[in-house]
Design a protein around this ligand. Structure first.
Ligand code: FE
Ligand code: CA
Length: 530
């Protein structure tokens, strides 16, 4: 971290005595650096001896003709305002066909504003489908690191193979992000992150890493927590390696929140202020399109992506619109309210959007990027305390509507539904049945639940919970309790999922290995171990 002895901070401090002068120069250099000539002008580098691109770069939400480029200017990311004066800064961006930027595809200028923490979301269009591109930013004579991204294939060109990885749950205190370093080195076109991108909780003793002690509640708090995470080199590497499609779960805001309610029965208006702050910071720090600009406490995050004729991805938001967890939050007793017909995980509008989209899809594989486990996980058959009401297990009627739709024989049934899930910090493979209590009910799809990136610490291959759940739930086919991510290779005939696991996260440097692989065959619901 920077200290006051840092020569750049001292320069800033002296300049800050005349903030207007600092800004005038900063802005001038920015403009000068992008004025027609190749930039940056090295003459200016020395004066602003430090780089405002401390949080790296990212790209996301790829379409066949474009992608979102992200960065955030912050010379001192953990200081208020990122260490920048509360003034706008001009920033240039460029995206090229090659890593040396000799063949520029598009370039432009945008303004980084203090109201959005000097974060930038550049929606680049006019690109070619299914192409690798390289991008970077320039401001004040400084240049960012180079990111690599890739556009989606066009809808009508056959695609032999599409590889991506999905991951979730990166708790900064509970472990190092080594899994993200390995993920950045995978031969993949896309990363899907399923939530718990940050954790809001206060610090705990005995962790491998520490953050400030307070639970985060204000916009400044959430920005600080995001910035802390984004200073991590492994996370930066994973963002710079491939475009990401993100959704959130609970900890981006507060543990187990449901729409406008937290676990402590905070007054609704008060909680919505907190939700607005956290949503704003989330949007600022992730490569989301302008459609995801928050309006007060609301942010439309559910959306759909297509990758050639092969794959459609429905990105779900299982937090913002759900009814409250029945019978209290967390691990509670199975109760009548879990079967309430009016209970919803997605809210009526999103649920209809999902079913309409699935009905209309002509893609070979139809994926749901989902937060909390969809498959029933009953770890003590007959014990009414064995369900977690935060999962779809607390929303049984809503689950039945979705699985019933997937299982219908009509022409509207989507081809090859596959659900990917995070949340429970362990690896699972499950077959989705229309009725989990009836082993003769049809299998209508497959759920791959991916473990955490670091949450929960080192872990182990097996746990008591896993043993009990596998024994009690015949539709669950695999369990593992290590950290890592899941790599998927999708082709017209197969979907293969490789469960990549680490030996440890309590210190950096663990190797990665494939613990198990599973295959779904086109047109045959169910999964086999390979
Ligand atoms: Fe988590
Ligand atoms: Ca969670």
């Amino acid at each position: 971290m920077r200290s006051c002895d840092d020569p750049f901070i001292r320069t800033l401090a002296s300049l800050a005595t005349d903030r207007r002068e600092f800004l005038r120069r900063f802005a001038l250099f920015g403009v000068a650096a992008i004025g027609g000539r190749p930039f940056p002008r090295t003459r200016l580098l020395r004066r602003f001896s430090d780089n405002p691109f401390t949080l790296g770069v990212a790209s996301g939400d790829p379409l066949h003709d474009g992608v979102v480029l992200w960065t955030r200017l912050a010379v001192d990311p953990l200081a208020a305002g990122g260490g920048l004066p509360p003034e706008s800064v001009r920033v240039a961006w460029e995206i090229a066909h090659d890593e040396r930027f000799t063949r520029i595809a598009r370039r432009g200028e945008v303004t980084a504003r203090p109201a959005s923490a000097h974060a930038l979301h550049v929606e680049v269009d006019g690109l070619e489908p299914d192409r690798v591109y390289w991008y970077r930013f320039h401001a004040g004579g400084e240049v960012s690191v180079i990111g690599r991204t890739r556009t989606a294939p066009s809808a009508d060109v056959p695609l032999d193979e599409f590889a991506f990885a999905f991951a979730s749950c990166q708790n900064y205190e509970q472990g190092f992000f080594t899994a993200l370093r390995h993920l950045s080195e995978e031969d993949i076109r896309l990363v899907v992150h399923l939530g718990d991108y940050i954790y809001e909780n206060g610090a705990a003793e005995g962790r491998p890493r520490r953050h400030p002690p307070n639970e985060i509640r204000t916009l400044e708090d959430y920005r600080h927590r995001h910035a802390l995470y984004r200073l991590d080199g492994d996370l930066q590497a994973a963002h710079a390696a491939a475009p990401w499609i993100v959704t959130w779960d609970d900890h981006e805001v507060d543990n187990n929140y449901a729409a406008d309610r937290d676990e402590r029965d905070t007054p609704r208006d008060e909680f919505l202020l907190r939700r607005a702050a956290s949503y704003q910071a989330y949007r600022e720090h992730l490569p989301l399109r302008n459609a995801a600009t928050p309006r007060g406490p609301d942010l439309r995050l559910y959306r759909r992506f297509r990758f050639g004729p092969l794959l459609e991805i429905n990105v779900l938001d299982g937090r913002q619109y759900r009814t409250d967890q029945p019978c209290g939050d967390g691990r509670q007793r199975r109760c009548e309210a879990a079967y309430d017909e009016r209970a919803t995980m997605l809210g009526a509008t999103q649920e209809q959007w999902l079913l309409d989209g699935l009905a209309a899809s002509t893609r070979r594989w139809n994926m749901l990027a989902n937060q909390v486990p969809l498959a029933q996980i009953d770890n003590e058959p007959g014990d009414p305390a064995s369900f977690s009401m935060d999962r779809w297990d607390g929303y049984v009627a809503a689950r039945r509507r979705l699985l019933g739709f997937l299982g219908q024989q009509a022409a509207r049934a989507p081809h090859n539904p596959v659900v990917i899930t995070g949340d429970i910090h362990s690896n699972w493979v499950g077959e989705l049945r229309t009725d989990f209590d009836d082993v003769r009910s049809p299998v209508v799809g497959v759920e791959f639940i991916g473990t955490s990136l670091s949450s929960g610490g080192d872990g182990s291959d097996m746990s008591d919970f896993g043993n009990r759940a596998l024994a009690a739930n015949p539709h669950l086919r695999f369990f593992n309790n290590q950290r890592g991510y899941v790599r998927c290779v999708v082709s017209p005939r197969h979907w293969r999922a490789d469960y990549r696991v680490l030996d440890y996260v309590s210190r950096p440097g663990s190797p990665v290995a494939t613990r198990a692989s599973f295959v779904i065959e086109n047109g045959r619901p169910g999964v086999t171990s390979v």
